[in-house]
Write a protein that binds this ligand. Structure first.
Ligand code: XMP
Length: 514
């Protein structure tokens, strides 16, 4: 890897700053987010090939608005300003930024004035995505406007003598038809990158930095069976081997063979130091008679922390706790590199740590999106079954059994769930579905089995497609697959005589039933 080939993205608090870095990484050029006020000398020392100034929620002419070191425009390194980033650059280099008469959000038509350099290979007209309240109103003779829209006279611009470019629209979002082309033009043609970087280099970099940070201390990592914690464990294990200790809490609420898969993968294949806290009985004891969903979650959360910490306390010299926090968790919690992004909602990925256990956090996947994490997992040699696993809630099957949780109900649900997944895999649908599972309803209904009357439970089958799990739609599943699922559940799972398919989308329903 060419160490020089890094594009720095200075994050002014944009919801899409990380997306810019990711789009650049997709072009096989390394990119990372940095604080907006990083000194120009630091950027020079890092030897960055280019700098992107992200958008942001502030107005450049308001006092206290996030700023950057003006020295970055003197480094001779190409700078691309996006939205707020363009306004900052133009303002510092002598242009005028003003509020627009009406804030502009959404798709608009871009008309080209100079289709070369940054905007090479773009048609005369194309769709771009705007989201701004201010815009560059006038540029002096030092600038060349490159494109316009109906309401934005300077939608793209370059400086005549310095390598500064700006776009008022957002090339990083998919709604901008030629956005990827623009970023590609910037990193390859303007910055002169060669594209030698791949996810494998991400692993090498992380391995190096984890080794340097951890020294000879121990790192604890909680495995959940899901892809994120699995990738974190595999990555850290590659860096520090036996200094990593993983804790897996078997809460008795797992899917069929889940604990076995985790043990086989991590102890069997990776030879990793895996401690399994078998706490199923304890969890089920605490959940006896509990039917309220929030109460279930509270008890499970509490017991999890107890079980995890009891195990963690037995590990000497443990200084670090590794977590599978991903970029969407970071942005949802409102944290940006510059600490300025607006809060959308709090995230639930961080466990409560006991006050007497002071760990430093290691979160190697903080900059990545889920699909990037899966690529890293594949590079690290994790089995496909883990890398492509559908997400599973922390409270496990407890939130998929409506009403009280008992061993016989858990057994029924596990069997039904296994059939749902088997048939979805057999139909080659597993990867195209975001999440599929069975839910046990506390409803008995009348049926006939053989010559006799039955009065048994109902299973609801849920399958959703979604990109971000914030909104979701039910999957238009082929009838043949549904028919086999229903038939098998009714025939093979004792105690169930009826199967229904959930046709609700989110919102207003949620993905889980509780
Ligand atoms: P909902 O049901 O809120 O689920 O539409 C959205 C996504 O989050 C998962 N989920 C959870 N994950 N702890 C978790 O770790 C939880 O308490 C929890 N509740 C829901 C759910 O499976 C879906 O992927």
């Amino acid at each position: 890897m060419d160490a020089k080939e890094t594009i720095a993205v200075l994050d002014f608090g944009s919801q899409t700053a990380q997306l810019i870095a990711r789009r650049i990484r997709e072009q096989n050029v390394h990119s990372e987010l940095l604080r907006p006020d990083i000194p120009a000398a630091d950027l020079k020392a890092r030897g960055v090939s280019g700098i992107v100034l992200s958008g942001g929620p502030a107005s450049v002419y308001v006092q206290g608005a996030p700023d950057c070191d003006a020295g970055i425009f003197d480094l001779g390194v190409p700078v691309l300003g996006i939205c707020y980033g363009m306004q900052i650059g133009v303002q510092k280099l002598g242009g005028v930024v003003e509020p627009t008469p009406s804030r502009e959000f959404g798709r608009t038509k871009l008309t080209m004035l100079e289709a070369e350099g940054l905007l090479a290979h773009l048609p005369d007209e194309s769709t771009v995505w705007m989201s701004h309240g201010d815009q560059v109103q006038r540029v002096g003779p030092d600038f060349v406007p490159l494109a316009t829209t109906g309401t934005c006279p300077v939608a793209a611009v370059r400086h005549r003598s310095r390598p500064f470019y700006g776009v008022q629209f957002h090339p990083e979002v998919t709604h901008t038809a030629f956005g990827t082309q623009i970023l590609r033009n910037f990193v390859y043609d303007v910055c002169g990158c060669t594209g030698a970087w791949q996810m494998g280099s991400f692993i090498e970099q992380q391995v190096e930095s984890i080794r340097a940070r951890v020294g000879d201390a121990k790192v604890i990592c909680g495995l959940s069976g899901g892809v994120d914690s699995a990738v974190v464990a595999a990555l850290i294990h590659r860096a520090i081997g036996d200094q990593l200790v993983c804790i897996f809490v078997d809460n008795g609420l797992l899917r069929k063979n889940e604990a076995e898969l985790v043990e086989a993968t991590f102890r069997g294949h990776f030879h990793l130091d895996l401690r399994v806290a078998r706490a199923g009985e304890r969890f089920l004891g605490r959940l006896k008679g509990v039917t309220d969903p929030q109460e279930k979650r509270r008890i499970i959360g509490h017991e999890f922390i107890e079980a995890f910490n009891a195990e963690a306390k037995t590990i000497a010299n443990a200084k670090f706790l590794a977590q599978g926090t991903l970029y969407p968790d970071v942005i949802e919690s409102g944290a940006s590199v510059g600490g300025k992004a607006d809060v959308i909602k709090g995230h639930h990925n961080v466990w409560g740590l006991p006050a007497d256990m002071k760990f430093e956090l290691i979160e190697p996947l903080r900059d990545l999106f889920k699909d990037e994490v899966r690529i890293v997992g594949e590079h690290l040699g994790l089995p496909e079954e883990i890398v492509w696993r559908h997400p599973f809630p922390g409270p496990g099957l407890a939130v998929r059994i409506l009403g009280e949780i008992t061993e016989p109900r858990l057994a029924m649900l596990r069997d039904a769930d296994e059939i749902v997944i088997e048939e979805i895999r057999a139909g080659n649908l597993y990867r195209s579905i975001a999440q599929a599972f069975a839910v046990l309803l506390p409803i008995s209904s009348v049926g006939v089995m053989g010559d006799g009357r039955s009065y048994d439970y109902t299973i609801a089958v849920r399958a959703v497609e979604t990109r971000d799990f914030m909104t979701a739609d039910w999957v238009r599943m082929p009838y043949e697959v549904l028919a086999v699922i229903a038939n098998r559940i009714i025939n093979e799972v004792r105690g169930v005589n009826r199967v229904v398919y959930d046709l609700s989308s989110k919102p207003p329903a949620t993905i889980e039933w509780e």
